[in-house]
Design a protein around this ligand. Structure first.
Ligand SMILES: [Zn+2]
Length: 269
């Protein structure tokens, strides 16, 4: 079975010097592709460095909404030159987060819109973080998706989507894919399972958001790309199909979205 973890932060300090071992374990678990997302200047550079030496690991660069208010025009110009590199497959993680309230919503929106413009100019999809900001997000993304459609590019992915099936459908109608994280295994998260059961299969990606959000059997521990399999198995269970079918479909969806070739079956377990 081939799996694709569509959102991970392997450069996070919680992985220490274990990155190589974590990637090796992911291959043993069948992970054929990992999108490695940056969130600030240092983590963007680290994403490029780790991906550069690990086949099947693809870098994304962006400024997380927690960075709003600190990102200068010069930093955005630097981001654009990184995003334009051929090995960079996505602009992310970017978005809106009104839950933590640590940065100003207006500045978050300005930062998001600047990065959506960068994505359109470099012709790459985006990986979007949206928390407690559904209405503002929809307002920003509708015109962006229209411009992406005109340009003939996939608009991107709603990462670790935490909304309802109906909210997800607003995004899939705009051409976005919806990424389901290991939170789909949490006993109380019926909404995530409803989402996993109801979305069309060609609109679903899976992810770990590692080191965050481990599956239920590892609550409180560090998450890693190998555990994306837990999300795949939970989705397969609610849809009543074999896990291999969900694995292959979500891997193909990721390859199409990010314009990449994941590792072949012979290269993973
Ligand atoms: Zn993330």
């Amino acid at each position: 079975m081939r799996l694709f973890d569509s959102h991970s932060h392997l450069q996070d300090a919680k992985f220490g010097d274990e990155t190589a071992a974590v990637i090796a374990r992911s291959r043993e678990a069948g992970v054929a592709g990992i999108l490695l997302c940056g969130y600030d200047a240092a983590s963007n550079e680290q994403a490029l460095a780790i991906a550069g030496t690990n086949p099947g690991v693809f870098p994304a660069v962006g400024y997380h909404p927690h960075e709003a208010g600190t990102v200068t025009a010069g930093m955005l110009a630097e981001l654009e030159s990184l995003a334009a590199r051929p090995e960079v497959v996505c602009v992310g993680e970017i978005g809106l987060d009104h839950y933590w309230g640590t940065t100003d919503p207006g500045e978050q929106r300005e930062l998001l819109e600047a990065q959506l413009d960068i994505a359109l100019r470099v012709g790459k999809p985006v990986s979007l973080h949206s928390r407690s900001a559904e209405d503002a997000m929809a307002e920003v993304l509708a015109p962006y998706a229209g411009r992406a459609r005109t340009a003939g590019t996939v608009p991107g992915v709603m990462h670790c989507f935490g909304g309802t099936l109906e909210q997800a459908e607003r995004y899939t109608e705009l051409g976005f894919l919806v990424s389901i994280a290991c939170v789909v295994t949490y006993p109380k998260n019926d909404e995530a399972r409803r989402l996993a059961a109801g979305l069309p299969l060609d609109a679903i990606l899976v992810e770990t958001d590692s080191p965050y959000l481990p599956p239920q059997r590892l609550r409180g521990k560090r998450n890693e790309p190998a555990f994306v399999r837990d999300a795949v198995e939970a989705i397969a269970a609610v849809r009543g199909v074999p896990a291999a079918e969900i694995a292959e479909a979500t891997t193909r969806n990721a390859e199409r979205t990010f314009g990449v070739r994941a590792l072949a079956l012979a290269e993973v377990a």
